[in-house]
Ligand binder design. Sequence first.
Ligand code: FRU
Length: 522
Amino acid sequence: MKLKPLNPAVHHSTRYNMKISACLFLCLFITIQVLAQNSPSADYREEHRPQFHFSPPAKWMNDPNGLVYYEGEYHLFYQYYPEATVWGPMHWGHAVSKDLLRWENLPIALFPDKHGYIFSGSAVIDSKNTSGFKQGPNAPMVAMFTYHLMEGEKAGKSDFQTQGIAYSNDKGRTWTKYEGNPVIRNESGIRDFRDPKVFWHEASGQWVMILAAGDRAHIYNSPDLKSWTKASEFGPGQGAPGKPWECPDLFELTADGKSRWVMLVSLGNGAPNGGSGTEYFVGTFDGKTFKNDNPASTTLWVDHGTDNYAGVTWNNAPYGRRLFIGWMSNWAYSQKVPTEKWRSVMTLPRELSLFKSGNLTLLASKPVKEVEKLRKSRFVLDMKKPYHATSALQEVLLEIDLSKTTSTDIGLEISNKKGEKIIVGFDVKAGQFYIDRTEAGKRTFSDVFAARHTAKRVSGSNIMKMRLLLDTSTAELFADDGSVVMSDIFFPNEDFKTLKLLQNTGSLKVIKAEGFELKGTW
Ligand code: FRU
């Protein structure tokens, strides 16, 4: 067969096309590499990896940061060190979700710069463009965070933590640091000067920021997110004595139709079951000053488990919901927990509300209602035989009539075939809920990890209710409609799939003992 000579023009354009294709291919390859570097891919099937909780694709994560809702997306930024599974130079990792259940990992949002590492902080939508950062059709998203300058800390200075801002005009995908950073220098003489939470205060028509400063909180005002004026201080001597104060938050809720303001403060040390934990105050706020309703000695905890720290709430959440998420670990052992490729998980997103108990107004937390969409199949728990689940993703609902019960220890054992277990129960005489993880598998990584944690019951009702969510290595107990919460992590050598009701001697009046197998979201 005679080959037709190539038309030189066609030949040239073919080569040209091939060159373009090669270039495009190279660009695509480089883009994929860069994206892969920024958000390492993971299959989320590693040992201990929770399946319906957020955890980073790889490496180290601590506090949730920059929680804000914008145009159908819940943004979750977080303290991230992409080079190792222990704490290091902090970045802001980033993920978004449309339903608070399924998270999409996005490239790292903020990298350390000459002012320091990027510590915890918050994000707002500047819909009035008070900052002047707006370019294009979207309202700018503005993040405010703490700069931690390592050189300053090493030199023994006290001003190495300052506050900076950055903005994004593409829904948090790319960020520009403000050239006037830092916007708040540290002239306080206080070394721990960090974790700004900013929000728009409608009544006074200005931005308010609350900052943790050693053993107290500082409150600031701003018209434009760039210039800040200190308005007041709250503390010291309020609540639990632990230090330092970290990751504060301040927001309005109603109790019996009356407005109340809630201040969250995380304490590096001194939590009820040891290590770090988050307390709260209930009071009033006028745009400048927070006043505690209760005597300074009143100590209230968001969560009595050991694994809910640095939790804060979303700005701009739709339908007026006050949504919270915490870091599900504890500084007492977080850097030693036995996970290999990634370290740490967030709590389930929770909805906060207030309720009255005697003369106190207290905070209740419930898993967001979206979590019910994870329910796959229902099962009933029976005193006589354990239930064998198909996976380690379960929800259990228990309701006991205490007035018709003489047993004094009631609970649920969740175990594997190796004899490892956690027990989540209620000690009737002591009036205490508990989570016992003393025999829950791996524990030698820390002296304080294997323990039984307790929390005093608040409700006086005869009907005691427990709602428990289990996800591979996490247990979250929402007792009596979320009036007492305990979050604990654990590391079994084999999944916990066997559920058994427990009682000591005596009678037990069960009103409800059922559960659901749950779907994973990764
Ligand atoms: C809380 C915290 C914050 C700080 C961040 C650093 O866990 O200590 O106060 O901004 O972690 O990663």
